[in-house]
Ligand binder design. Structure first.
Ligand code: GYE
Length: 354
């Protein structure tokens, strides 16, 4: 919402409040009100005791989907470090612990509290129409960050910023094709274990779609198992441990994030298998967090596809454009790359900030 619109909303509220009192109180109270009015309105328009003009904080309601991974923690930190009071913001954050229901409740609560903007990192892609309509009807702009929402009417949100998850999956597949060619295994049967992220999230859908294209294009790529690791180390470990109990015939593990890759590494080690550059199993991961890249630099992860979580400043740019009365781009994709062990140094990893 622009500064102007916010001012209008504040004025409307002041007006509503005044009318209520006038209707319900006697004339004497009305007179008292008249005396007090200048003081009240000075406060609401942001005057300090000394009469200086205090800048009103822009209130942001942030519905974060959870706390499942290192990526998510970096994402939350980026928001908290960006939307500070010093920068002119008040950040109200809600952790939905992987529940869409909780996210919907948080959004409704933000609407009731009359925040200026809502930032939504959605856990799943579908089922947002109703609550986003409520936000739109209340005049609160919604900025979607990271994963996507799918709505028939794209005026239900103001802007989206995040990664192209399908392109990430495609990068992984292209790399795997090359890697197998270099190893002279392009015609061998390749047994692939796929650990998916949280189902029906755009991160999972995109990365899975990338792999599906690879499977469709190569008859010799066989999907040995596909299970949901919920983007967590613990779940991925359990899945991989159970798969290896049945068969150790695994050539590639495609994990949809770094934390899943750590769980897989633990299970492989327990089963007496090695992974990475000189290992028994090719390990592919997504995110390129500090720990993920360190494992890659150490040769344990063959490929780490970048997914940048530092969206705080990007969301801030959208909000300051709106505050200045401008129109931000409806969609902004973050530019990303891939990492192999040879490309990495300690220094490069430290510089990346997550
Ligand atoms: O890859 C994963 C996380 O939505 C891109 O969510 C994000 C994913 C990220 O928890 O680690």
């Amino acid at each position: 919402m622009t500064g102007e619109k916010r001012k209008q909303r504040n004025q409307k509220q002041r007006h509503k409040g005044k009318m209520h009192l006038v209707k319900n109180c006697a004339l004497s109270i009305f007179l008292i009100l008249l005396v007090l009015l200048p003081a009240c309105s000075a406060q609401k328009t942001g005057m300090t005791d000394t009469g200086e003009e205090a800048k009103e904080l822009v209130v942001i309601g942030f519905s974060q989907l959870g706390n499942e991974s290192d990526w998510r923690i970096a994402n939350t930190e980026s928001m908290v470090n960006t939307f500070t009071e010093e920068a002119g913001y008040e950040l109200l954050m809600d952790d939905a612990r992987q529940s869409q229901e909780k996210q919907i409740a948080a959004i409704r609560n933000f609407i009731l509290r009359e925040v200026d903007y809502i930032v939504l990192a959605p856990v799943v892609i579908s089922g947002w129409e109703e609550v986003l309509s409520e936000a739109r009807d209340a005049g609160v702009p919604v900025i979607v960050m990271d994963r996507r929402v799918e709505t028939e009417d794209d005026s239900l949100y103001t802007a989206w910023v995040g990664s192209d998850m399908k392109a990430e999956g495609e990068r992984a597949v292209r790399w795997l094709e090359e890697c197998l060619k270099e190893q002279g295994r392009e015609n061998e049967e390749i047994s692939i274990v796929h650990i998916q992220g949280s189902l029906n999230s755009s991160a999972q859908l995109g990365r899975t779609a990338g792999l599906d294209e690879g499977l469709a294009a190569h008859d010799n790529w066989k999907l040995a198992a596909r299970e949901c690791g919920e983007f967590t180390q613990a779940k991925a470990y359990e899945i991989m441990r159970d798969i290896l109990k049945v068969s150790k015939d695994v050539d590639v593990v495609y994990c949809e994030n770094d934390n899943e890759a750590f769980g897989v590494m633990d299970a492989l080690e327990e089963a007496g298998l090695t992974c990475g550059k000189d290992g028994d199993v090719i390990l592919i991961s997504f995110d390129a967090t500090e720990l993920g890249l360190t494992a890659c630099m150490d040769g344990l992860i063959n490929l780490n596809v970048e997914c940048n979580p530092l969206h705080g400043p990007r969301v801030e740019k959208i909000i300051s454009t709106l505050e200045a009365g401008g129109t931000p781009p409806k969609e902004s994709y973050v530019e990303e790359t891939v990492f192999e062990p040879e490309m990495l140094t300690e220094e490069l990893i430290q510089k990346r900030g997550y």
